[in-house]
Design a protein around this ligand. Sequence first.
Ligand code: F6R
Length: 593
Amino acid sequence: MCGIFGYFGPKKNATEIVIDGLKKLEYRGYDSWGVAYKTKDDIKIHRQIGKIGEAHLVVEDVEDIEESIAIGHSRWATHGGVTQANAHPHTTENREIVLAHNGIIENYLELKEVLVQKGHIFTSETDSEVLAHLIEEEMKNDNFLSATKKALHQVEGRYAALVISKKENKIIASRRGSPLIIGIGEDGERFIASDIPAFLKHTKKVQYLDDNELVVIDAQATTFYNLETDEKVEKRIIEIEWTEESAEKGDFKHFMLKEIMEQKETLYRAINQDAGLIEQVADAIKNAFGTYLIGCGTAGKVCMTAEYMFSSIAKKHVNTAFGSEFPNYHHFLTNKSLVIAVSQSGETADTLEALEIAKAKGAKIISIVNVETSTMARMSDIVIPIKAGPEKAVASTKATTSQLAILMLVAYAAADRLYEGKEILVSAAGQINDMLNPRYEEHIQQLAEKIQHAESMYIIGRASNYPMALESAIKLQEVSYIHAEGFAGGELKHGPIALISQGTPCIVLVGADETRKAILSNAMEIRARGGYIIGVSPQKEEVFDYWIRVPDCETASPIVNIIPVQILAYQLALLRKNDPDMPRNLAKSVTVK
Ligand code: F6R
């Protein structure tokens, strides 16, 4: 959560470059934004609430500077409301240093108390401002670098921070638990950001900052330090594969629609994995004493779906838990346990915490991630990249189906039937390619128009389509803001059916398996109580009031069934005048616990 971006280099339009970078990071938080840039003997700060939109800034006093230095921040509020005072970058009463921070400083209240006693005056309610004052306090006896190191040693929690000083021409940055990547440009230019797409138009050469490391970017060099040992660290420059276009909207109005449509190709990319890697993960599951699939939100629903797949395809039990709940299972973990993290970003704090706990117990760690160079990937024994390309819309779509495809392959590999699984998935990918055409979108648009004013919606499924009913609810909630809930079809009669009244839209995800008859009976029960039945199914059924056809893809049914619901959620968002890419109260990468 929160995006940060810094620029060091010869170009005079550093602020423009930072604002442009922040626009690409807005998916990480869009409550407020701000930039700070260096002039010859001062630092100017501009902060404002709301989305960055088409912002341009008139900068002053930068003509006679040697190196341009600017930092910026796009905020997802945690400590303190959405106000200009709480927007970053933060500074102190003496304005010696200016800082942009992502993460949570857990001991900020204790630190603040001491700093206030020493005469520091705070102007925001944020935890972040504490770090600015702390560095400045240390600078009373030390230079900028040592003071920053000393201050960072005192903070508890997670952070990615960019700091600049009035007196020195450098950016100091450090991370613990929140991402920060350095882009190496031409002519001494360096970019530093929460995510690669933010500087992809400038360079594809990157250096990764690891946890508990600090980097100094100045005219001479990019110097990395291990904060614990204070020794210098050598870093490789890595050339990344993503293209600038893959991180842009192109002809699409929104990233969400672009990413839904990209599922025509992303599934093929996921399926065409290194078979050896899939077998390796399947073997690890076979050999482990207890496998846990961990994810949050949509990724958590992917894990739940995979639990059914492992059961039916590989006759193998795997456990699933949400990242935030996993710490409650630590009693069962040993060095023979296997923990598989599923994540688009690879930076979700709750999932990372689960992995840290598992690692401390000696468990083997595997991650299935989209961002191959993420923290999760780097702390794993084995990584399966899902290769979906940048996912920018807050609502996950293409990463979801790619994760499902990979876990399905692993389930088939665990049953020694990898080839069969691949055939089913290749056929599903081909049929999804045909399905995603303008007529299909129009058909779903007509449904969206019919139900756009609904107060509540319910989604039901059975077996592997039950977690997809839960996932459907997430998609509908987050972008349409309609109250939506998913249920296991068989559970309705135990309580939730009381919620159905005349005309309540209910989506029925029909599996291409032996659960078909039972879920149709559940649909009948809803219809008998006045519910409006929307069937997502390979064939038209008597009970449907509205039918959305999906191909019959056998065990890949959860993958095809979720796609029309993604489209429906998108269409509803547009009809209800919501921004599907940046829904209210949310952020793409949840790097706070
Ligand atoms: C919903 C959504 C979130 C994420 C969750 C985990 O559409 O995208 O629920 O799935 O925040 O994020 P990752 O996959 O990055 O760990």
